[in-house]
Structure formats: structure tokens, C-alpha cells
Design a protein around this ligand. Structure first.
Ligand code: PMP
Length: 432
């Protein structure tokens, strides 16, 4: 095993001053064991830790780094903009440019508002949906994560549709009671709920492609049914494109399924690695926001010029040449998927490698990959922990949780993908 002394020492200091030494729970490696690595530098598809160990990175900061680490155009945009001031708390050119890029790329976005995280985007979109419909109930799906706003930290029970129970301490039962939780991939449960309570529902929210409990690619006809039902009951469909927006294509998961949500939420890629979120939709809905309308939402750092410039530099690259970047990302994703699949079939292991464009997930279980969170096998988490460690030892960094996906960037190339597949073969052989 490589030397990890500096990371270990930083972790010791971090644990004295930050809970579990981290600022976001999964980073603490609790579900894979061992100590987290502390990183010093990212270059293209590589990330380098405090001890100088170099890894091929498939976390990509959990999705934003679609161009790779420290992309020269993004760094240049950030440096140039920063030199003219870090924040004005007032309108600036950069936010207009990013808003124009986003609204011209996504047909159902007539207007957007920028915020500073995916959580904020979703929280604000839900408030807007409630304000616009005058209804309180929100429907979410089990296994989908939408950030840590109180009313979305809710889990369902084992029944078909359950009114939620808080999935975190500190969330009042009375908040969770406004959130209904349904299983994914289940038309009947959805139709029953709509029939019973459709008239009370402000919004149905679903991840573009659910990617926080494995990669649970939903059937297009299911998504279309959801769209139709929301329209007939006057509920708004919110597509949470925080992961999929500008990742699956210029029109994200909406384009993938051929549906138009009423509101869509963004984060990650849209900020190119800087703290940015956004939500948007039709003009008449967005004009319900203060100061035009009664729904309040604000932010000191919203539309921050440096963050906007990073996002715009990223989107310009992705949208150039009719979106050629997405074909490249798809090819790279395919290469990694088929490389992993070949290793598995050579070793006679029946795991699945699920993929949507440049998002991949290793479903370490036999049989068809799950479409519902309830069908994921918890025991695969142990195998994943071993695989994660064995891959780190071989210079490949995967997310420290069995339920997280892998992100391929434009900075990856067939050579590093071959290296990854070789490391994967060694790691799998070492652990099974
Ligand atoms: N929605 C989805 C689909 C997400 O994956 C995430 C974060 N991974 C969020 C919302 C919350 O975004 P953030 O972490 O930027 O608050």
C-alpha cells in the first residue's frame, strides 16, 4: 500500500475540529472503511493526494468536473474574473451570459434563477411549486436524493405510498408529513396515489436518472406517465437534473426521456466545479418569484461572477460543435463499461455495469440490475468496500460508497480507461 502518512495526519487534525473530519458525510469513508485521503491537486482525469499518490479519478467532485480537473479554459475564466472582483452582490454580466447559455440549450427553461448549491435549487423549486399551486404536498421517490432540505430528508416505509418519516434527526414529523414517498418504477403505486390525493399535490419530484442509490435508469414510458398524470391533476413535475443536467446531453434527462418538466433543478456541471445551483422553467412560473411575485428566495452569493464564469466556460465547451462532446463522453463511457464487462465475464462473475452516457454504476449483485432502491442488495456494500480499497491500492479512485456512481470526463481517454480496466481486473481477482 502506498504511503498515506500526510493524509493520516491531516485526518487526525481534521477530526479535532470538524465532525468526523469532513464537511460532507460520505467523504469520511465510513461505508468503505479506512481513513479518507486528503487531496492536494487535480490534473485532467487524475487526482493527487497529500502524500503525492496519483489516482485515476472517477468521482470528479461528485459530478461537476465533466471537463476534468483544472481545465485550462475554466481556470483561465475563473482567474480573469476573480482579478476583477470576487463578488458584488449585485447584477453582473457573467450571470446574464450563463443564463442565456442555459435557457438557449434547454427548451423548457424560459427563465432561470441561480443559487449556490443543488440543495438550494431543489428547496427553492419546491417552494415555488407550492406557491404557484397553493398546495402543500410533495411526492418523491424512495432512493432519490434531492439535497438536505428538511422536507426532502424523508424516507418511505414498506407500503406502496407512505407519508414520510424523517430520515434525519432534526426534521420535524410535521414537515415530513407533507412529503409522500413512492417506490420507483411502479406505475400502479403512482396512479393510486394520484387518484387518491392528486388534487393536493404541489409537485412530483424525481431525479433525472436516479443516481444516488446506484443508477436506477427508469423506463421512458413510466416517466411519460408521470408527466401526463401531473398535467391532469395540476401538479408540477420537477425534474432534478443536479446530476444529469448538461451531463447526459445538453437537455439532460428530459432530452433522454423526451419529456418536458414544469421546473428543473441544476447543480454540479452547471458551475464547472464552483458552488452553483439553478432552477428554472416557464416564464409564468418563474415570474412568481420575488420581487415580481409572492415566492421569496434570495442569496448573498447567488450569481457570483467567478462561479458564473466557471459554469459558462464549461457549458461553452460542452455545447460547441453541436454537442460533439457528448458523443465523446458516450464513447468513453461505453469503453469503460465494456472493459469492466469483459473482465467480469472472463472471471465468471455476474455483476452488472449499468450506464447512462458518462455515468456508470457497478451493481455488485446477480440478476437484472435493480430499477428500485428496494431491490438493491445491502450485502453488496461489503464487496464494494473491498473493491474500493483494492482499486485505490491500484491507483483508481471510486466513490467511497456502494450506492454512488462513477463519472467519466472529457479528460479521460482510451489509454487511462485501459489502465482502469486492468486495475479493475486485478482488484476483482484479489477480492473474490
Ligand atoms: N439533487 C441531486 C440529484 C443530487 O445528486 C444532489 C447532490 N449529490 C443534490 C440534489 C444536492 O446538491 P448539493 O450537494 O449541491 O447541495
Amino acid at each position: 500500500m502506498s504511503n498515506r502518512d500526510r493524509s493520516r495526519e491531516l485526518y487526525r487534525r481534521a477530526c479535532e475540529v470538524m465532525p468526523a473530519g469532513v464537511n460532507s458525510p460520505v467523504r469520511a469513508f465510513r461505508s468503505v472503511g479506512g481513513d479518507p485521503l486528503f487531496y492536494e491537486r487535480g490534473v485532467g482525469c487524475h487526482i493527487i493526494d497529500a502524500d503525492g499518490n496519483r489516482f485515476i479519478d472517477y468521482i470528479g467532485s461528485w459530478g461537476p468536473l465533466i471537463l476534468g480537473h483544472a481545465d485550462p479554459d475554466v481556470v483561465e475564466a475563473v482567474a480573469t474574473t476573480a482579478a476583477s472582483g470576487l463578488s458584488f452582490g449585485a447584477p453582473c454580466r457573467q450571470e446574464v451570459e450563463l443564463a442565456e447559455l442555459v435557457t438557449s440549450a434547454v427548451p423548457h427553461l424560459e427563465m432561470v434563477r441561480f443559487v449556490s448549491s443543488g440543495t438550494e435549487a431543489v428547496m427553492s423549486a419546491v417552494r415555488l411549486a407550492r406557491g404557484a399551486t397553493g398546495r402543500d404536498t410533495v411526492v418523491k421517490f424512495s432512493g432519490c436524493y434531492h439535497g438536505h432540505a428538511d422536507h426532502l430528508l424523508v424516507s418511505g416505509g414498506s407500503g406502496l405510498a407512505t407519508f414520510g418519516t424523517p430520515s434525519s434527526a432534526g426534521v420535524p414529523e410535521s414537515f415530513a408529513a407533507h412529503t409522500a414517498v413512492l417506490p420507483l418504477d411502479d406505475e400502479e403505486a403512482f396512479l393510486n396515489l394520484m387518484e387518491e390525493r392528486g388534487g393536493e399535490i404541489a409537485a412530483v419530484i424525481i431525479e433525472g436518472v436516479p443516481a444516488n442509490s446506484g443508477l436506477l435508469v427508469q423506463r421512458p414510458e413510466y416517466m411519460r406517465l408521470m408527466r401526463e398524470q401531473c398535467t391532469s391533476y395540476g401538479a408540477l413535475l420537477i425534474l432534478d437534473e443536479v446530476i444529469t443536467g448538461f451531463r447526459l446531453g445538453s437537455n439532460g434527462a428530459a432530452g433522454h426521456y423526451g419529456i418536458e418538466p414544469d421546473l428543473a433543478t441544476y447543480g454540479k456541471v452547471i458551475g464547472g466545479g464552483m458552488p452553483v445551483g439553478a432552477y428554472g422553467g416557464r416564464r409564468e412560473l418563474m415570474e412568481q418569484l420575488a420581487p415580481l411575485g409572492p415566492v421569496y428566495q434570495a442569496g448573498t452569493l447567488s450569481g457570483n461572477p467567478v462561479a458564473m464564469a466557471a459554469g459558462a466556460a464549461t457549458l461553452r465547451r460542452l455545447l460547441a460543435d453541436g454537442g460533439a462532446a457528448y458523443a465523446e463522453l458516450d464513447t468513453l463511457g461505453q469503453l469503460l463499461q465494456s472493459g469492466f464487462q469483459e473482465v467480469l465475464s472472463r472471471l465468471g462473475i455476474e455483476w452488472s455495469v449499468v450506464r447512462a452516457g458518462s455515468i456508470l454504476w457497478l451493481a455488485l449483485q446477480e440478476g437484472d440490475p435493480p430499477l428500485r432502491f428496494e431491490n438493491s442488495r445491502p450485502e453488496s456494500a461489503e464487496t464494494y468496500a473491498a473493491l474500493h480499497g483494492a482499486l485505490l491500492d491500484r491507483g483508481v479512485s471510486l466513490a467511497p460508497s456502494a450506492y454512488e456512481v462513477m463519472f467519466v470526463s472529457l479528460a479521460h481517454n482510451p489509454g487511462v480507461i485501459d489502465e482502469t480496466v486492468e486495475a479493475f481486473a486485478g482488484a476483482v481477482e484479489a477480492i473474490v
